[in-house]
Design a protein around this ligand. Structure first.
Ligand code: NOJ
Ligand code: CA
Length: 524
């Protein structure tokens, strides 16, 4: 499999650092904790660990408000702890990916403190400052993704600044060449420390309309949706100039060899795939989030696979994401039985899979009592399903230990104890064992990694497709319904099933009864 880059062969695992492993009893996960758990990740069979932000931050948005791009928040450790983490990961054969948050900084970043100090400050133009509208109100109608106007009035200098998220997260001005250079230095700072790539936060939002035109109303808006959905984001996202910035980030990474540039981009597929760049000079992988809110049925998923595959530019490498820190967990979206089917799907589709911590043991969304809500998205727009605490609850290592093995102290979010790594570890029928087997099978079958995907079809509730590479042909069948379904494969031998005791089974051409919520991988 040598002609592929490591990030094409590999599987990415997202760690939400606050919730993975606490090492000092303050109830918050940290770098020393993650380092201690690295052997678990290596044993699981993943290839790269992506850490959500660990930089100094007032934590208004739990680290997505960065106050210093080139250091570590004391809550998570030190640059020395980071080095130990990265060295240990590399020793274990794991790559290290960081979260790069270039769209906005914290309002406590020295850049912003300078910028807001006076209109004449050399960093004034590093952020988006505008005069009030003639009536004294905000300069235009742009709305924050966290609710309310995206403009914050600054009394001292008599102008408004723009923030796509919280007012504590002022947007940087990416039309300013100094900002671009400063951010390029940030990339180099971490690349020089051996980082293997970045997941770039809200890449599609970086540039805003130069004329600051009002966004038009969204005719499809329905009450109960987040407030910014009232408008089409015509002038605040996916601006043509963004691609030039992506190209320059990519050029910096390319100087360091095989590094990966991943973009967080929530856009329909035709716009999404433009982020690969015109000549393969864009992002290596614009995240493909389609599975996060797909209607969970065979027909819909088959259509999605085919459409994505045919929209990809020739040079583009596909990828699929099943969960992240901003969306309900897969086991809660589709239920425990279908979460196993989803695992097989994620790890047999063509392209790099990204797993979210805890999904490998089927963690569900946590229950968050109202007085324990932490997420600013929920606090600012309560009750509309935007709260992200449920999918950020601590990793469940061992339900028998206090703090489930996550902490000796009082955890920052409630910990569920319905299942744990310990409980699933030796059980061949567990979700954890299924993930380990899938990852192992992927590692040892080139067809799963670099094979073409063909014959994608939905028959009733059953989704089937084939992966083939050189002489090897694999047949994947996923029963997305609860009832048994008979299917007619060509003669095949089961390599893996979500059900126990089926491996090695020869499937008769006369028909195979796939149990409800069973998924199989077979050699044909
Ligand atoms: C996307 C991140 O994934 C999310 O958690 C965060 O709130 C916003 N970007 C703002 O940085
Ligand atoms: Ca800690």
């Amino acid at each position: 499999m040598s002609e592929l880059a490591w990030w094409q062969r590999g599987v990415i695992y997202q760690v939400y650092p606050r919730s993975f492993q606490d090492s000092n009893g303050d109830g918050i996960g940290d770098l020393a904790g993650i380092t201690w758990r690295l052997p678990y990740l290596a044993g699981l069979g993943i290839d790269a660990v992506w850490l959500s932000p660990i930089y100094p931050s007032p934590m208004a948005d739990f680290g997505y408000d960065v106050a210093d791009y080139c250091d570590i928040d004391p809550m998570f450790g030190t640059l020395g702890d980071f080095k130990q983490f990265a060295d240990r990961a590399h020793e274990l054969g794991l790559k290290v990916l960081l979260d790069f948050v270039p769209n906005h900084s914290s309002d406590r970043h020295p850049w912003f403190e300078e910028s807001r100090s006076s209109r004449e400050n050399p960093k004034r133009d590093w952020y988006l400052w505008r005069d009030p509208a003639p009536d004294g109100g905000p300069p235009n109608n742009w709305l924050s993704r966290m609710g309310g106007s995206a403009w914050e009035w600054d009394e001292r200098t008599g102008q408004y600044y723009y923030h796509a998220f919280l007012r504590e997260q002022p947007d940087l001005n990416w039309r300013n060449p100094q900002v671009r250079r400063a951010m390029d230095d940030v990339l180099r700072f971490w690349l020089d420390r051996g980082v293997d790539g970045f997941r770039v936060d809200v890449l599609w939002l970086l540039i805003k309309d130069a004329q600051f035109r009002d966004n038009p109303p969204n005719p499809a808006y329905e009450p109960g949706q987040p407030e910014h959905h009232r408008q089409l984001q015509t002038y605040t996202e996916d601006q043509p100039e963004v691609h030039e910035i992506v190209r320059s980030m990519r050029a910096t990474l390319d100087e360091y060899g095989e590094r990966v540039l991943i973009g967080e981009i929530y856009l329909p597929v035709p716009q999404l795939v433009r982020y690969y760049g015109a000549n393969g000079d864009g992002a290596d992988m614009p995240f493909n989030f389609q599975l996060l809110n797909a209607a969970w049925n065979a027909g819909e998923i088959a259509r999605m696979i085919r459409d994505y595959d045919s929209a990809l530019p020739e040079h583009a490498w596909p990828n699929w994401v099943l969960g992240n820190h901003d969306n309900p967990r897969v086991a809660s979206r589709v239920g425990a039985a279908q979460a196993r089917v989803a695992a097989v799907l994620l790890l047999t589709l063509r392209g790099t899979p990204t797993l979210y911590y805890g999904d490998e043991i089927g963690m569900t969304d946590g229950e968050i009592p109202p007085d324990q809500v932490q997420d600013p998205a929920e606090i600012r727009q309560p009750g509309i399903g935007q709260g992200r605490d449920p999918e950020r609850t601590p990793m469940q290592w061992d339900a028998a230990l206090p703090g489930a093995g996550f902490t000796n102290g009082r955890s920052w979010l409630p910990i569920s104890t319905d299942t744990s790594v310990r409980a699933q570890d030796g059980d061949p029928s567990s979700m954890l064992s299924l993930y380990r087997r899938l990852l192992e099978l992927r590692r040892s079958n080139a067809a799963l990694v670099q094979g073409a995907i063909e014959n994608v079809a939905a028959t009733g509730d059953v989704l089937t497709f084939e992966r083939h590479y050189r002489g090897q042909r694999l047949f994947i069948a996923l029963n997305m319904g609860a009832a048994d379904a008979v299917m007619q494969p060509r003669s095949a031998v089961v390599l893996l099933s979500t059900l126990a005791g089926r491996e090695g089974l020869a499937l008769p051409e006369s028909g195979y009864r796939l149990a409800g919520s069973e998924a199989i991988i077979a050699a044909i």
